[in-house]
Design a protein around this ligand. Structure first.
Ligand SMILES: [Zn+2]
Length: 316
């Protein structure tokens, strides 16, 4: 049984998934990018890590969170076939090895990128990008330097950051395949540009912040030691595909009816939802990223990501 589920995500905070190293360049701490396009992305491994941790938290099984070798799971994951966390995400267990899990989460790619303009905040994308995410799009052919917009009555050039673009007045419409939360707020603030400009617009409008270095020994700010870091800005929309590949169909080996929604069961009461398949476990974990965030700088107000909608693209 194979199912492809697509998730649309909205950043509620700036999201920083670092490359894990310092770079000489515009900022000290840069974020992960797609090699070909140079566009920022959220790695699928980061999404999977967050989904796993939060699902394990919800299920009150901290041992099965994490990578199986950290302080949460010193002795490895439980690895039991009856554990929805290990069944879904796989397990690593001591010398016995483990299993590889039933889901694969793809990197989240940029869908709609917020930029300040004369018209206020607008969300920028390209025809190919919104099409690829499964939206229905009508738009004129645009040359480099042109834009088309859903801004009602807009008849002027527009600036995106410092870049000034010329209006193409061809007909434009963009519609998601299902109703998405928060879509109404931006459906009349969309700007489409040519592919060749998109990366430039994104990279010159990323959130860049400056922070004070903290001395790890004393906890005090190091004098004069500032560092800059970049982040995907708040209100950015992204999309990611989750593939469930499960050779066993039908009811899962974990005790759905007893562990979940059972009146006597503490975890079930807290859970308040039924996990019938691995995709349910993923969604449950990802949904908590709206409150707990992903990646991040280890501070509050960073990394919260909201699932605004998801749908099944195909199955077989
Ligand atoms: Zn487990």
């Amino acid at each position: 049984m194979y199912t492809l589920q697509r998730y649309i995500l909205m950043a509620l905070d700036p999201v920083h998934i670092g490359t894990g190293g310092y770079r000489l360049g515009r900022v000290d701490l840069s974020i992960v990018r797609e090699p070909g396009t140079n566009l920022p992305k959220i790695p699928g491994t980061s999404l999977a890590g967050a989904a796993r941790s939060y699902a394990a938290m919800r299920y009150e099984k901290q041992r099965c969170a994490g990578q199986g070798q950290n302080e949460l799971s010193k002795n490895g994951h439980c690895g039991l076939p009856t554990c929805p966390i290990c069944y879904t995400f796989g397990s690593i267990k001591g010398t016995e090895g483990g299993n590889s899990g039933r889901v694969n989460i793809a990197d989240a790619q940029l869908l709609l990128f917020p930029v300040h303009s004369l018209a206020g905040p607008v969300w920028v994308s390209t025809v190919d990008r919104v099409k690829e995410a499964g939206f229905t799009v009508t738009a004129p052919n645009m040359e480099r330097g042109e834009f088309a917009t859903t801004l009602p009555g807009w008849d002027k050039p527009i600036n995106l950051g410092w870049l000034l673009l010329k209006l193409n007045q061809g007909e434009i419409s963009i519609a998601p395949p299902i109703s998405l939360q928060a879509w109404d707020a931006l459906s009349e603030r969309l700007v489409l540009v040519d592919d060749s400009l998109f990366s430039q617009i994104v990279n010159s409008n990323l959130e860049v912040r400056t922070s004070v270095s903290i001395d790890p020994l004393t906890g005090a700010a190091k004098e004069g030691a500032l560092f800059t870091y970049e982040a995907i800005p708040r209100a950015t929309w992204l999309w990611s595909d989750v593939v469930e590949d499960d050779y066993s169909s039908g009811e899962k080996p974990w005790p759905v009816s007893k562990k979940f929604n059972g009146k006597k069961d503490k975890a079930g009461e807290l859970l308040g939802e039924t996990w019938k398949k691995p995709l349910d476990v993923v969604k449950s974990g990802l949904t908590l990223a709206e409150y707990l965030g992903i990646g991040g700088m280890g501070t509050r107000g960073f990394g919260r990501l909201k699932v605004v909608g998801d749908w099944e693209v195909s199955h077989g």
